[in-house]
Design a protein. Structure first.
Length: 94
C-alpha cells in the first residue's frame, strides 16, 4: 500500500483536530477580511499559531486572495462606464 501524499496527510490532520479547527476554519474568511472583533481575532490567531494544518489552510487562502487581487482585475471598457454614469444620473434622488 502506498504512503499518503502530503496533501492527504494535511487533510487528515485537519479533520482530526476537532471542533477548534472546525470553528477556526468556519471563521477563516472573516478573519482574513478583518471582519471579526478583536477577541475573536486573538482566538483564531492563537489557534493558527499552534495548529499546522489550519495555518497551512490560512496561508493557502491568503496566497489565493493575493493571486486573485493581482491577476483578476480588469478595467471596465470606457463605453460601459459612460453608460452606467448616464443610467445613474437618470435615477430619481431620494
Amino acid at each position: 500500500m502506498s504512503e499518503p501524499s502530503d496533501q492527504q496527510q494535511r487533510f487528515d490532520a485537519t479533520a482530526a483536530c476537532g471542533s477548534q479547527c472546525e470553528e477556526a476554519l468556519e471563521r477563516l474568511e472573516a478573519f482574513l477580511d478583518g471582519e471579526l472583533p478583536d477577541a475573536d481575532v486573538q482566538e483564531i490567531a492563537s489557534h493558527l499559531t499552534a495548529c499546522y494544518p489550519c495555518t497551512d489552510r490560512a496561508t493557502f487562502e491568503e496566497q489565493l486572495r493575493s493571486i486573485v487581487r493581482r491577476d483578476c482585475v480588469d478595467d471596465a471598457p470606457a463605453s460601459l462606464v459612460d453608460r452606467i454614469r448616464v443610467h445613474l444620473s437618470d435615477l430619481p434622488t431620494a
